[in-house]
Design a protein around this ligand. Sequence first.
Ligand code: NAD
Ligand code: MG
Ligand code: MG
Ligand code: MG
Ligand code: MG
Ligand code: MG
Length: 329
Amino acid sequence: MKIYYEQDADLSLLEGKKIAVLGFGSQGHAHAQNLRDSGLEVIVGQRPGSKNYERAVAAGFKPVSAAEACAAADVIVVLVPDQVQPILYEEAIRPNLKPGKMLMFAHGFNIHFGQIVPPEDIDVTMVAPKGPGHLVRREYERGAGVPALVAVYQDATGKALDRALAYAKGIGAARAGVIETTFQEETETDLFGEQCVLCGGVSALIKAGFETLVEAGYQPEIAYFECCHELKLIVDLIYEGGLAFMRYSISDTAEYGDLTRGPRVIGPAVKEEMKRILEEIRSGQFAREWILENQAQRPVMKALRRREAEHQLEEVGAKLRAMMPWLKK
Ligand code: NAD
Ligand code: MG
Ligand code: MG
Ligand code: MG
Ligand code: MG
Ligand code: MG
């Protein structure tokens, strides 16, 4: 593993340059403010009439259109939603790319799967923080940073990695450590993680546990607490100290049940399915499916969202969460 820190990154590579941050959402608001606080010149590209436009103004920026920001900038960071990026690229970014500019991303999907094909005379890099934008901002303000991944897809200037590392330093990530990867590795592992473990795997696990208890005649409210609500306590322990600290904190009864029953729940069949899902990601099958789904106005996604919203778990959960007002932000 190759890891870079503050002393490996030279901020002066971006001093006197203009950085266009496109999108003032989760990542955009954090990158724009951190870069500015690091003494760099930031132009925010954000559509007027949106909440995030007002947020950018409140933060002291003068947001302009994406095209205007790209025309003025030496470095262009694409922080609009991934499915919007190819359209924005054609309309606003591509016409304003000049040799030597750097095009940056926080996720590799569109480059890796060929949805954006940049000209050969620009640098194409990625700095992907391993945390949501509010954390990227909060840690920076504390004088710390959130670790990030760095990758170079195209090095036209011979300085692509150094310039990307300077950017990583500008958002505070180099204070924590910047790990080198590739667009391919970042994209494929990100999709795999969210599909098989973090989002898909966890949701399916919660629902299967909840349904099993309810079908056996237990009260749905009790099932919700045991199979969903308490997950946060466990995840917080894992986040803090890995599986070992979680197991140290839970009772010996819980730990014995974990060690002997867990592998039966997530057995070899699950791992076989994970391998098939990984293959769909690597072959581009998933990307093709998701791109077509978006082009067709998301028929499958809409139907599945509706079905999920009607699940008993969600009805019971809404009722129970109303009893816990401290959960509301
Ligand atoms: P987001 O949805 O929070 O924000 C997107 C911003 O783009 C919003 O300000 C929105 O108003 C703006 N926008 C939408 N459509 C637009 C258009 N047509 N023209 C101009 N602006 C438009 O997005 P995000 O979660 O910050 O994601 C941005 C990138 O960062 C993505 O590539 C994502 O994969 C990556 N990323 C996100 C996270 C995260 O935790 N959210 C972490 C790592 C990487
Ligand atoms: Mg991810
Ligand atoms: Mg993702
Ligand atoms: Mg319990
Ligand atoms: Mg214990
Ligand atoms: Mg218990």
